[in-house]
Design a protein around this ligand. Sequence first.
Ligand code: ZN
Length: 428
Amino acid sequence: MPPDVLANLRVTPAYPLRWIVVGKLLDAANHRVLTNAHLIYNSSNILYVGNEQPTAAVTGGRLTPDLILADFTALPGLIEGHSHTFLEGAELAAEKRGIYQKQDPATLYQLAAARLQVLARLGIIAMRDGGDKDGVGLRLSRDTVPDRCPAFTARVFSPGAGIHRLGRYGGFFSTPVEDHLSIESCVQARVAEGADHIKIVPTGIINFAKGAVTAKPQFEVGEIQQFRQAAHANRRHLMAHASGEIGVGHAIDGGVDTLEHGFFISSDQLAKMRDKDIAWVPTFTPVQEQVDHSDIMGWDAPTLDHLRRILDNHARSLQQALALGVTVLVGSDSGSCGVAHGTGLLYEMELLEMAGMPTLDILCQATRGNSLRLIGGDHFGSLEAGFRPRFILTATDPLASVRNLQHERLVVFDGAAESSATVSLANL
Ligand SMILES: [Zn+2]
């Protein structure tokens, strides 16, 4: 990439606003693509987006743009819909993962904070965390508020620790509801600690060797309803990890706001989700990683067959969900085994595309869709006036395939600009 392109994208004291024209621009709010669009921004806001020649009032009296990028597509920065920000995802070895997690919270925080700077340069501008019990996410949530953090720091929204049943699955990122006198006081405590949303763990995970979720659900419908009530009373959304038809049913009937994973979901349950406006974050990546690395993971042929069948069924469920009109959001479960932060989100988008989700839908949901449903919706994930100027410019058209996002991107982040090609993908 010629260095003068980056230089002309940067907001500086001499150039307090930048004006570019791009060949294509993803207008995710309106689910459409603009051609030959103007985009004007300063260091904190997008000032103008549109096809019409901007007025002198918007351009500061200037008559010509800084750059005309006829071969480029502009799209909003991506939002990771489900991450465990405190973990290093790419590592597959259980022993090394265990050692990493045993580090003290201050070290885990520093490692995660450094990672956020890489993610921003890759074009991932915000993440909705799925929980950690070391306070890393809560501290990152406080420390990544725009204008109060270093340039190129992805914004984190955290639930604090997830909430699980004592002795059941989830202990590495959750603390038990039994630590509190009631569900309501448990939620109150999370909110008091600074949680942006509430994360519960109504089920265990898939037993890969058996090809099923074999443990019984952790929470009953009535309990999940209490979580919902308490979360909503505090204006927080309720994020629920659930797989297996029985546990997924509890989560849906309990009225969660977002269903995470949802393996083994039935078509009747998908129809209920649409009717109750529950969004689905299908997280294909963690299971696909088990298939991709089955040799390292030591899976035998029958287990590998289970994994492939589970993924095929999940793809069919995705198609049903889209046909029914269920809101599908984009999250990779990055930080979980084998799922690197940043590249994991790009892989999830690719897997959604391969499973039949239209490319434009994926791009809109990974930006505006995730923003609206997961992180409040008014600052990130859209190219429209008043939003933060955090966006991607790419010469390989992501509207042809999301795979094209794997190539070099230029990332504008609050008036700074860098190439994704300059960052190391180690330790993600
Ligand atoms: Zn998760």
